[in-house]
Design a protein around this ligand. Structure first.
Ligand code: DC
Length: 218
């Protein structure tokens, strides 16, 4: 599958930032699939749906109109929710939403369709293994837990949000565990994905590395 770049990896490894910049440089669409699971979670919170009610959560996913614009902002039923989907409350429940098989099937179908119709850089947890296993360019982007926690901490500090680094680290570790141990489409590196450890690399260095690999292959 040409014109498709698939990037997986754990939370806070920089996937979305890198995928967004890469897409901009290449003139591709950027699809942040984590944002889709976050949108379903936000809609469920707003409807007071319990996170053990798989059937109701699946209905929410089924009926939700999710759109992205060229800037990568996300809309549900026409409403811009790019900020709200990053709330602590969504953070606390998104792994539960993403663990539901039926919810995943609905999201994967949408993601495959977008890849069929667009040149796209898609990032998530199961893009290289389940959504686009035939993508020509597959990457697994990771970084140490300490570094990922530090990056998230800096990000929140810059937004003047009061947080403690220990809490962030615990939250990331918890989500890593849930994402890698769930029954359906757990996070794992595809055998043919190129591993990039960004612990000691800047964003520019990671992008350079990815571009070198793409140019070398094509
Ligand atoms: O990348 P993120 O933190 O925005 O992802 C939010 C959650 O969604 C996280 O718990 C992992 C899950 N997710 C997933 O299961 N599959 C994807 N393709 C993308 C994200």
């Amino acid at each position: 599958m040409n014109d498709v770049i698939a990037i997986d990896g754990p939370g806070g490894a920089g996937k979305s930032t890198i995928a967004g910049l890469l897409a901009e440089e290449l003139g591709y669409l950027h699809l942040d699939t984590g944002a889709m699971y976050r949108a379903v979670t936000l809609a469920a919170l707003e409807k007071n749906i319990g996170f053990n009610d798989n059937e109701a959560l699946t209905k929410v996913a089924e009926n939700l109109n999710i759109d992205f614009n060229q800037k990568g902002e996300i809309f549900i039923d026409g409403r811009n929710v790019s900020q709200e989907i990053r709330s602590q409350e969504v953070n606390a429940h998104v792994s539960e939403t993403a663990a539901i098989k039926e919810v995943r099937e609905i999201m994967v179908k949408k993601q495959k369709k977008i890849a069929e119709e667009n040149k796209v850089v898609m990032d998530g947890r199961d893009i290289t293994t389940v959504v686009l296993p035939d993508a020509e360019y597959k990457f697994y982007l990771t970084a140490s837990l300490e570094e990922r926690a530090k990056r998230r901490y800096d990000e929140m500090k810059a937004k003047n949000i009061e947080v403690d680094i220990k809490g962030i680290k615990k939250n990331i570790k918890n989500r890593d565990q849930k994402d890698s141990q769930r029954a359906y489409s757990p996070l794992k590196k595809a055998d043919d994905a190129v591993l990039i450890d960004s612990t000691n690399l800047s964003i520019e260095e990671v992008i350079k590395k990815i571009k070198e690999i793409i140019q070398h292959k094509s």
